[in-house]
Design a protein around this ligand. Sequence first.
Ligand code: G6P
Length: 481
Amino acid sequence: MASTHGAAVQGARGAQVLVASNRGPVSYAVREDGSLHARRGGGGLVSGLSAIGPDAGALWVCSALSDGDREAVRRGVGESGVRMLDIPADVHADAYNGIANSVLWFVHHLLYQTPLEPVFDAEFRRRWASYETYNRAFAQALAEEAADGAAVLVQDYHLCLVPGMLRELRPDLRIGHFSHTPWAPVDYFGLLPGDIRAQLLNGMLGADRLGFLTRRWADAFTACCTEFTAGLGSTEVGVHGLGADGDFLRARSHEPDVEERMAGLREEIGTAPDGSARKAIVRVDRTELSKNIARGLLAYRQFLDDHPEWHERVVHVAFAYPSRQDLAVYREYTAEVQRVAAEINERYATPGWTPVVLHVKDDFARSLAAYRLADVALVNPIRDGMNLVAKEVPLVSDEGCALVLSREAGAYWELGDDAIVVNPYDVLETARALHEALTMRPEERAERTKRLVAAATALPPAQWFLEQLQALRELQPNRPS
Ligand code: G6P
């Protein structure tokens, strides 16, 4: 075992709780006058860390992602409680785009078109070396910063090798890893080269505890370990189903900017021939290959084909925000979504009715406005770790909504009983589900919404985080140091 080099460096005042993730809670942009502008993000980890309070000795280790971030690191600008790693841009690009998003994300979401891909060639090996370097930079920083026996919570597929590397450097730490994605089934994980499979699994098994969003993904991971390694060993596996942040969303969705966006959206949606407001089928996603936005549009087109009586009475409000645009396949997917939406509008639009209202520019206030106006939420991913939109729309919608939900989303395991469940590949079934959702009796819609909201808020982000931290701290130290 390697030396406790990190322990020697970190001294007595190291952090007691550490979080490690690729994307951190803050990002920087260089303004025209050369000054740096900081933007804070949200999400489950941010709420979790604020729940343990400023005196808890917490540190968030993340990567510089942009030129602005790198500039901030070089100028020594930063927020207390955050350490941003200045990983060279080319190494980061190979690790993040080349491996995490193009290989690991694809494996866990079953996204390959297998006749032609994946191809594990010399270029792949070159990128893999960058993934190792990037993981090692995190492991070293964590080893330097952690107090004796501190708890370290490593996040996601970007950092699969960190637990194993960190354990070598600092056997005294309690190491957790959480996967925000699904986990691949054995046969699909088996596409990866044998040594890479072993490295990924053993890297994660360096943790004391591994967390997943649903039992299904936890079981898939365990099955991969049984098949490809000597099993889980002493690593514990737990399930923590991240819920929606009800308090925050309810308050935020009633702020003036949201009300303003609602007025704009109501205009775009318009009124039915009888003067009533048109029904809104709402979806909000990153433009992500796994979100299945294109088949959602095809299902809506089928629904319009099958139900002329709904023409002029319904609008599909689809927000598809840019994501991972460095990858050509994501850019192409965005273009395809726009093409199908335009085709539907060309075929059906009338002077006063635009059947699909598609927006591709990110606007959080407008997303909340759409949630509030939703009659139906369409959440039909091919595969998804959880999908928080499925939890958020019922919670925020003014009138309650019917939820059309893919059985391949993690959220299905918590919300499936009160959703209209679809096979995401079955466009005809999804079209029927849209019809069923639109014609659901108001009392039933209200009843279901109530139960959806209860399930959606069962484990709010702060509790989700604290639960993991506590589970990690309660583990008996059971590894030889
Ligand atoms: C989604 C996934 C997370 C992932 C994140 C990365 O939220 O659920 O598992 O970490 O995307 O997104 P990014 O924009 O940083 O690539």
